[in-house]
Design a protein around this ligand. Structure first.
Ligand code: RIB
Length: 312
């Protein structure tokens, strides 16, 4: 079977408590709500791409417990190929403990569980799937050796690679030239480049070999940096936010689906901005992730002005 987008994915069950404001050290607050919902940056992005109409396959390692089974059931409902998902018998699934504040912002602690055992051999077992995809994506929630192996295979076969560097962490020098598209938020970009403004930081990462840097800026939209090209800034959408969990993953997955369709950069970014904005309209990462039809209805019909550059 061939797919458009392969995601080297994390899968977490999100345990979400709603509290008024960030906890102080040692403080207890009574939560005003609690939810147990699907999460994991990789699974979230995969679902976002699938809802945009892409054929999506996962490479993942999940728990042998009920949370692991929840993932398999979810991907079946979303039409996502999970033949390269392996289960760690007797191992705990990934879990994210999330606090959402009254203003919609959040804090997240992720325990990767069985996902920490995803390694190069799991990725090599899926080399045929990778070789025939259009886009291979990953985040920093999966072990970097798995991502590196997947991106090496993708590069060998001319498949576009996309990394969401979240949560931000130091990455090996050898990984950067394998990344065609990087989608950090502003904080992640500044941390990865050790810079204080996004233009300097993006150019540092381009110099390390990244093909394109797309920095997400919340309701300010996003900015695209390509080598030797003026940055393209694409406006976002002011929304009444319910919560922002998974908005960055929605952006990444929607962009992956658009790039898999060879959508030009301005339109792909406009589409990803809109999907991310819509995803903030309900609790949890995937609840409000839109379909392509919902994005089409939301966006005004005027296409963004075309710009040059880009690898695709
Ligand atoms: O990006 C949001 C995601 O981060 C949550 O779904 C949580 O599982 C963590 O991985």
């Amino acid at each position: 079977m061939s797919v458009d987008v392969v995601c080297v994915a994390s899968w977490n069950v999100d345990l979400i408590a709603h509290i008024p404001q960030p906890l102080e050290r040692g403080q207890t607050q009574m939560a005003q709500g609690f939810e147990r919902l699907p999460g994991g940056k990789g699974s979230n992005a995969a679902i976002a791409a699938a809802r945009q109409g892409a054929q999506v396959g996962l490479i993942a390692r999940i728990g042998g417990d009920d949370f692991g089974q929840m993932g398999l059931d979810l991907w079946a409902r979303e039409g996502i190929d999970s033949q390269h998902v392996v289960r760690g018998a007797g191992e705990t699934n990934g879990t994210a403990l999330i606090l959402v504040y009254a203003d919609g912002d959040n804090s997240i602690a992720v325990y990767p569980g069985a996902g920490a055992g995803l390694n190069a051999s799991h990725v090599q077992a899926a080399s045929d799937l990778l070789a025939h995809a259009r886009v291979v994506m990953a985040s920093c929630e999966v072990p970097v050796a798995a991502t590196q192996t997947a991106f090496e295979t993708a590069r060998t076969h001319g498949v576009l690679t996309l990394l969401n560097p979240a949560p931000a962490m130091p990455l090996p020098d050898a990984l950067w030239p394998l990344v065609d598209v990087l989608t950090p938020n502003e904080g992640e970009l500044l941390m990865l480049a050790d810079a204080t403004d996004i233009d300097t930081a993006a150019h540092q990462l381009l110099q390390r070999g990244v093909g394109a840097v797309v920095v997400t800026l919340g309701e300010r939209g996003c900015a695209l940096f390509l080598p030797d090209t003026a940055p393209l800034r694409v406006p976002g959408h002011a929304m009444q936010v319910v919560d922002t969990i998974g908005a960055g993953d929605t952006f990444t997955g929607t962009l992956a689906a658009a790039l898999a369709r060879q959508t030009p950069w301005p339109e792909a970014l406009r589409w990803a901005n809109a999907a991310a904005a819509l995803s903030t309209q309900a609790h949890g990462a995937v609840t409000a992730m839109p379909t392509a039809e919902q994005v089409r209805t939301f966006l005004p019909s005027t296409p963004a002005a075309p710009v040059g550059g880009g690898r695709h």
